[in-house]
Design a protein around this ligand. Sequence first.
Ligand SMILES: CC(C)(COP(=O)(O)OP(=O)(O)OC[C@H]1O[C@@H](n2cnc3c(N)ncnc32)[C@H](O)[C@@H]1OP(=O)(O)O)[C@@H](O)C(=O)NCCC(=O)NCCS
Length: 198
Amino acid sequence: MLKLNFNPFPTLETERIILRKISLKDAPALFTIRANPDVMKYIAKPVAKEISEVKSLINKILYGIKSNNSITWGIVMRNQKNIIGTVSFHNIEKPHFRAEIGYHIHPNFWNKGILSEVLPSIIDYGFNKMNLYSIEAKIDPENINSKKLLLKNNFIKEAYYKGNYFFNEQFLDTEVYSLLKPNQISSSRKSDFRDLLS
Ligand SMILES: CC(C)(COP(=O)(O)OP(=O)(O)OC[C@H]1O[C@@H](n2cnc3c(N)ncnc32)[C@H](O)[C@@H]1OP(=O)(O)O)[C@@H](O)C(=O)NCCC(=O)NCCS
């Protein structure tokens, strides 16, 4: 069984970005992201209409961290204060050492390599600090940018579910991508993983 501890919160850093804990002070910035229909186009969740919805989401995120059941980082450019997006591990299946990864950023920051820079650190944290064995991503098959990002990070397409998700009066398809720890680490370190499973 996977044992997780997100307290103290693990702040991570990359060249241009700091990945930090979010708080209710981030509600206005997160609202500009969750209220944007372009961001939510391929995310089967309602577009936010009220800031109170985003505050509830932040409280849910904070509870997930406190209870060691999920983790979400706010994405902040080093020279800025406000979050420009989030990246998370949620739907964590502790008995199976598996978690789902999710991410979104404001369109002003799309196509600047932000997620390409962030994802390797998050994946490294997932495998080497959380001890995950596998990471999955569930995406809308039309979400080309997300697909490119996952393929660049060695995820492979594992499944295509037809009409498995009912949202906004429609049955939506889902593609599942996954990455296994043994496919991420060098073969010389595979023995470390056998220790984890024993
Ligand atoms: C998916 C998303 C997180 C990608 O983040 P990003 O920081 O823009 O990604 P990157 O800049 O690192 O680019 C990743 C790939 O997508 C491509 N891409 C990203 N934005 C693009 C755009 N607006 N137009 C064309 N290509 C784009 C990049 O070219 C890159 O592919 P490449 O390396 O083959 O050139 C971002 O587009 C987003 O937040 N989308 C809305 C929310 C969402 O769909 N989340 C995922 C749900 S599964």
